[in-house]
Design a protein around this ligand. Structure first.
Ligand code: UDX
Length: 467
């Protein structure tokens, strides 16, 4: 404890440098982590790319170092490319385009009087290996934050073995084959399933670089908690052989509304106040997933025909290749009768609201954790990356929801919503979801919760580091 208190400034205030990957699903957990370290007494400096840059005025206590990265050209929204490939290429582009400017600005920061004593470490997103290397070359100890689940990272570590064993690249006929080494995944749930050689190779490179960023760091941070992923965390701990800090659910310790890139439409909270308890289906697909116009129409009619009140987040870039989202003719009447459509919601608050009774999600890890903490059953429609694996855990491990697979068709959508919101099967899912919500609350309980204790260990670990 004395050591912990040292961070709060007795002798000197230690500084943690953070570098988030500039995507919403990565920015939120990094700022939540920064928030909790700041609350434990650390000064925070945020290095960031210009692309999706944070707004310093919303974090007046932090220092910000914007890097002139030349990213705007690299990160244009190329709608011709699937979101996953464009995103992976952008992640590599962030690494390479920030490398020189990060080296220069970090050296300048370390040259300031007393800085070498103050700076404790860099916490970088695990997808920023190049920047982790730059920091280490300048003598700055690093920690890697991976913003997905422990199960997902276990899959990253297993990826070379999965390729050697012939699971990957995936054959069409084997998509439903169980991956014995990583239950409950099937081949179709793995990240590097693409049969396109370029896509497969890009994804393998992404995963191996993230594992290297963890292995070459002094510690590894995951936004999860012991009761949710005990076995998966044990495997990651054993295989990495590093201190692994499971500090989630981060949003419950340190909310991230202030790191939202898009403005959140708070009017939907008032609308929720007027709805019956557990009656509303909340529909949101995170910040990156996109779909065809035909799928959007099937979704809309499925939601309409299910007859349930709904709150639907329709990002302006949700439909592939379209400049804006157009709902089918006639849907407006349904929406004004029992729904609300917004472009971006205060999701953490929405999922914590008592009127929300179900969550149709793409299964991004932040959304999944926010759903777990809301205690709501989830309908998962995964699109790419870790989302397929997260849906498997919701459906088969925690049994708090359903996966909606195959062609999106209005009858199937209507049926899935009814099962989730108005069936005995849905009631059982809700009970288990409430149970999991309690486990999440326990994990962050002061002095005893597993994540609380892990945060203490993380704080002491950071205090033990020096340049
Ligand atoms: C991406 C990947 O797609 C995801 O699979 C991975 O785990 C993290 O990176 P994203 O698709 O945006 O993230 O999904 P998710 O992880 O769920 O993060 C979205 C964040 O945006 C959540 O924190 C959510 O609260 C927030 N959000 C979403 C809002 O604030 N408002 C909204 O209307 C929707």
């Amino acid at each position: 404890q004395a050591e912990v208190n040292a961070a709060t400034g007795g002798l000197r205030r230690r500084r943690v440098l953070v570098f988030p990957l500039p995507y919403q699903g990565h920015i939120n957990p990094m700022f939540q982590l920064a928030g909790l370290l700041h609350a434990r007494g650390f000064a925070i400096t945020v290095f960031h790319a210009h692309f999706n840059a944070p707004d310093p005025s919303r974090h007046p206590a932090y220092d910000f170092v914007p890097l002139p990265d030349g990213m705007s050209a690299a990160c244009t929204d190329d709608t011709a490319e699937p979101a996953v490939i464009a995103t992976i290429k952008n992640i590599f582009a962030v690494n390479s385009s920030c490398e020189a400017s990060f080296r220069e600005r970090l050296a300048a920061l370390l040259d300031a009087p007393g800085a070498r004593d103050d700076v404790a470490c860099l916490i970088a997103d695990a997808h920023l290996l190049t920047l982790v290397d730059v920091a280490r070359q300048q003598g700055v100890p690093t920690l890697a934050l991976r913003t997905g689940s422990a199960a997902c990272f276990r899959g990253f570590m297993a990826n070379p073995m999965l390729c050697d064993k012939g699971y990957l690249p995936a054959q069409e006929s084997q998509l439903d084959t169980p991956v014995r080494e990583l239950p409950p995944y099937r081949v179709r749930d793995l990240m590097a399933i693409s049969r396109n050689r370029e896509e497969h190779d890009l994804t393998c490179k992404l995963l191996s670089r993230a594992v290297e960023a963890a292995r070459t760091s002094t510690g590894f941070i995951l936004n999860t908690f012991d009761a949710l992923e005990a076995d998966e965390l044990a495997t990651v701990r054993q295989d990495l052989g590093l201190p692994v800090f499971a500090v989630g659910p981060l949003h419950r310790i340190s909310p991230a509304a202030s790191s939202s890139i898009l403005p959140q439409d708070r009017a939907c909270l008032e609308w929720l106040d007027a709805q019956a308890p557990a009656s509303v289906l909340y529909v949101s697909f995170g910040s990156l997933a996109n779909m065809s116009g035909a799928d959007l129409a099937e979704m809309a009619w499925g939601i309409a025909n299910a007859g349930q009140p709904f709150l639907w987040v329709l990002r302006s870039d949700l439909v592939r290749g379209a400049a804006r989202v157009t709902l089918p003719d006639g849907f407006d009447a349904v929406a004004s009768e029992r729904g609300m459509v917004v472009e971006w919601a205060p999701q953490e608050e929405v999922l914590a609201h008592g009127a929300v009774g179900g969550f149709w999600t793409h299964g991004g890890w932040n959304s999944t954790l926010e759903g777990v903490c809301g205690g709501v059953p989830m309908l998962c429609r995964p699109y790419f990356g870790d989302q397929m694996g997260n849906a498997r855990y919701v459906e088969l491990v925690w049994r708090t929801g359903l996966a909606l697979e195959g062609e999106l068709e209005r009858g199937k959508v209507e049926e899935a919503i009814r099962r989730l919101m108005r069936s005995e099967e849905g009631d059982r899912m809700r009970e288990r979801a409430q149970e999991l919500k309690s486990r999440a609350a326990e994990a962050i309980t002061d002095d005893a919760g597993s994540s609380f204790l892990s945060i203490d260990k993380l704080v002491n670990h950071i205090l033990s580091l020096s340049l």
